[in-house]
Write a protein that binds this ligand. Structure first.
Ligand SMILES: NC(=O)c1ccc[n+]([C@@H]2O[C@H](COP(=O)([O-])OP(=O)(O)OC[C@H]3O[C@@H](n4cnc5c(N)ncnc54)[C@H](O)[C@@H]3O)[C@@H](O)[C@H]2O)c1
Length: 308
C-alpha cells in the first residue's frame, strides 16, 4: 500500500504521521512545492519510527511526482489555510489552481489511484477534481464530515460529561460554518438519544459549537487546525487500505441521492478498497431535508466561482 500526501504543511504532515503510526502502509510519499520542506518533514518523521514502532517508509519530494508513481491513495492537502475571521470559501481563488494542477499530476503518475481531497473549500475542490481528472466517481472522496463528526462527538461528550467512546453522532452537508448539518436527532449515548440527557437549548448549543468548530480553533491557533484533520484523513486511508467498508460522512458526487444532482457534499458512505463502495441513504426529517437543501445552495454558489 503506497500513499501520497501532497502538502507537507500542518495537515499533510499530521496525516502522514498518523498513517505511519498505524503501521498499515508500506510507503508514504510527502510532496510539497517548498524546496526541501517535504524531505525535511519525511526525515524528521522517519526518525520517530524506532521510537513509535512503525515500519512505514516515509519519503519526501519537492514537486517531483515521479516519486508518487503507483500510489494506491493520494491525499491533497496543498493550498493555503484560513486565517482568523476568514471563511473556507474565501480560499477558492488560490486553492482551485493548486488542486487542479496537483490532481492532474497525481493522476498522470497513478492512474488507478483513489483521491482524497482535503484542501478548502473542500466540497468545491472535490467537485473540481471530478470535473477535471476524469476519475470514476467512487475514486474521488472529499474529507470533511469525518472531521466534523469527530468535533460533534467531542461537543456531545463535553455537554454530557461523558467519555467520547460512549457517544455517537454524524454531521452531513457542506463543510462550512453555515452548511454543516449535525444530526442531533440521531446522536446517541450508548444507543439512547442524547436528547434524553440534555435540554433542547443545550443540544442547540452543541450543534452551533460543532458548526464553528474549525473557526474556533483558527481563532485560538492563528491558523487552521491539523491534529483532528490529520487523524480523520488517516482513518479514511486505513478504511481503504484495509477494505473496512466503514461508514463516514464524505463529500461525494451525488446523482439524485438526497434529491441532489451534480454536486459534491457530505453524505454517509461506505469506504473500502474501491473508495466509495456505497452511498448510504438515511431518512431525514423535513427540517433536516430543508437544511441539507440550503447547505447545497451554499456549495453551489461556491462551485459557480470555478472556471471549468
Ligand atoms: N477538509 C478539512 O476538513 C480540512 C481541515 C483542515 C485544513 N483543511 C485545508 O487543508 C489545506 C492545508 O492546510 P494546512 O493547515 O496544512 O496548511 P499549510 O500552509 O500548513 O500547508 C499547506 C502546504 O501546501 C504546500 N503547497 C502549496 N502549493 C502547493 C503545490 N502547488 N504543490 C505542493 N504543495 C503545495 C505549501 O507549501 C504548504 O507546505 C488548507 O486549504 C486548509 O484549509 C481542510
Amino acid at each position: 500500500m503506497k500513499v501520497t500526501v501532497v502538502g507537507a504543511g500542518a495537515v499533510g504532515a499530521s496525516c502522514a504521521e498518523y498513517i505511519a503510526i498505524k503501521n498499515f502502509a508500506s510507503e508514504v510519499v510527502l510532496v510539497d512545492i517548498k524546496e526541501g520542506f517535504a524531505e525535511g518533514k519525511a526525515m524528521d518523521l522517519m526518525q520517530t519510527a524506532s521510537l513509535n514502532g512503525f515500519d512505514t517508509r516515509i519519503v519526501g519530494a519537492t514537486n517531483d511526482y515521479s516519486k508518487t508513481a503507483g500510489s494506491d491513495i493520494c491525499v491533497i492537502t496543498s493550498g493555503i489555510p484560513r486565517k482568523p475571521g476568514m471563511t473556507r470559501e474565501e480560499l477558492i481563488g488560490i486553492n482551485a489552481g493548486i488542486v487542479k494542477s496537483v490532481s492532474a499530476s497525481l493522476v498522470q503518475h497513478s492512474p488507478n489511484t483513489i483521491l482524497i481531497v482535503v484542501s478548502n473549500p473542500m466540497d468545491t475542490m472535490t467537485y473540481l477534481a471530478h470535473k477535471t481528472t476524469g476519475l470514476p466517481k467512487n475514486r474521488i472522496i472529499g474529507m470533511g464530515g469525518a472531521l466534523d463528526s469527530a468535533r460533534f462527538k467531542y461537543r456531545i461528550a463535553e455537554a454530557l460529561d461523558a467519555p467520547i467512546s460512549d457517544v455517537d453522532g454524524m454531521v452531513i452537508g457542506g463543510h462550512s460554518d453555515t452548511g454543516m448539518v449535525p444530526l442531533t436527532r440521531l446522536a446517541t449515548r450508548n444507543s439512547v438519544p442524547v436528547s434524553a440527557f440534555m435540554s433542547e437549548a443545550r443540544l442547540e448549543q452543541v450543534k452551533e459549537d460543532t458548526k464553528v468548530g474549525g473557526a474556533t480553533l483558527t481563532k485560538l491557533l492563528g491558523t487552521s487546525a491539523w491534529y483532528a484533520p490529520g487523524a480523520a484523513v488517516s482513518a479514511m486511508v486505513q478504511a481503504i487500505a484495509c477494505d473496512q467498508k466503514k461508514m463516514f460522512p464524505c463529500s461525494t458526487m451525488l446523482e439524485g441521492e438526497y434529491n441532489l444532482n451534480d454536486i459534491c457534499i457530505g453524505v454517509p458512505v461506505l469506504i473500502g478498497k474501491n473508495g466509495i463502495e456505497k452511498i448510504v441513504s438515511i431518512e431525514l426529517n423535513a427540517a433536516e431535508k430543508a437544511h441539507m437543501q440550503e447547505s447545497a445552495e451554499g456549495v453551489r454558489k461556491t462551485n459557480d466561482l470555478l472556471e471549468l
